[in-house]
Design a protein around this ligand. Structure first.
Ligand code: SF4
Ligand code: SF4
Length: 71
């Protein structure tokens, strides 16, 4: 699971608005962000970068290796 955890959310909505694939939703009851569709995560890190409190953790297990240049 690329996006791994949300902990310490203050419900600002920044991650929800920044995610291009709508992985994160706001829980109506708690007014905090929840990982709704983790299988759609593209590991773009936008949610993590926009979160003002560093609440989002992304696992590196599906990250794309850096390409080597052609000779
Ligand atoms: S890493 Fe990108 S695709 Fe994955 S949940 Fe965050 S914003 Fe969405
Ligand atoms: S950006 Fe961070 S604080 Fe804001 S809703 Fe998302 S997880 Fe919560």
């Amino acid at each position: 699971m690329p996006i791994h955890q949300i902990s310490g959310c203050i419900g600002c909505n920044a991650c929800i608005e920044s995610c291009p694939t709508d992985v994160i939703k706001l829980d109506e009851a708690t007014q905090k962000a929840v990982i709704k569709y983790p299988e759609d995560c593209q590991i773009c890190h936008l949610c993590r970068l926009y979160c003002p409190v560093g609440a989002i953790t992304i696992t590196p297990e599906k990250s794309i290796p850096v390409m080597v240049s052609w000779r």
